[in-house]
Ligand binder design. Structure first.
Ligand SMILES: O=C(CO)[C@H](O)[C@H](O)COP(=O)(O)O
Length: 220
């Protein structure tokens, strides 16, 4: 099976986690896009969705699903999104598509986080994928120097501006043996808006698309 076929299979499997007549949170990226396309078959049961990016909002709206502002809802039953890496504890690296801040906000509100990914995203230890860090533009050089002090090698994502008007430092070589602690440490650097570690609030359910079918993992 191709990687896209695995993504499509796992996205379709995630439909089983969508709660009828509840507001749904929807992530960003190619796997999330397969999920949005799959939602067409059950859209009559989705009163509204909260999107984690402008791109996702547009795709949902094209399908005829109402997109609402997060401030207008009290809760989100389920949030479905992809990941760049996921470890056995269901901690993730996210933000390859640059939507990490809104993704983390929607994930924080959601009662359940369902991560959908193809098998290439499963890793024993996070950190091969460079960690995306969203930064206020004027703080870019300062934050980069602080990341170097932590052992990282930050690379400015040239020509990319987030939906929030900020920039991204893709950071290589960080030692992510304790994702929860590193997430907190990075949050304390002044000028950092969000880092791509989703460890304090990891996934509750992980669906992995593999050549043997879709496998389900629960948070240990
Ligand atoms: O965090 C993300 C976007 O900010 C995506 O979930 C992540 O990059 C995975 O993307 P894809 O499904 O295209 O591999």
């Amino acid at each position: 099976m191709t990687q896209d076929q695995l993504k499509r299979a796992v996205a379709e499997a995630a439909l089983a986690y969508v709660e009828k007549d509840e507001v749904l949170g929807v992530g960003t990226g190619s796997t999330a896009n397969f999920f949005i396309d799959a939602l067409a078959s059950i859209k009559q049961h989705i009163p509204a969705a909260v999107a984690s990016s402008k791109a996702t909002a547009e795709r949902l709206q094209k399908l005829g699903i109402e997109v609402v502002d997060l401030n207008s809802v009290d809760n989100i039953s389920v949030y479905v999104d992809g990941a760049d890496e996921v470890n056995p504890y269901l901690h993730m690296v996210k933000g390859g598509g640059g939507a990490l801040t809104r993704e983390k906000i929607v994930a924080a509100v959601a009662k359940k986080f369902v991560c959908i990914a193809d098998a290439s995203k499963q890793v024993p230890v996070l950190g091969q994928f460079p960690l995306p860090i969203e930064v206020i533009p004027m703080a870019r050089s300062y934050v980069a120097r602080e990341l170097v002090k932590l052992g990282g090698t930050p690379v400015y994502r040239q020509g990319f501006v987030t939906d929030n008007g900020n920039v991204i430092l893709d950071t290589y070589h960080l030692s992510i043996v304790n994702p929860v602690a590193l997430e907190l440490t990075l949050n304390q650097i002044v000028g950092v808006v969000t880092n791509g570690l989703f460890a304090q609030r990891g996934a509750d359910v992980l669906l992995i698309g593999s050549s043997d079918g879709v496998k389900t993992y629960l948070k240990p």
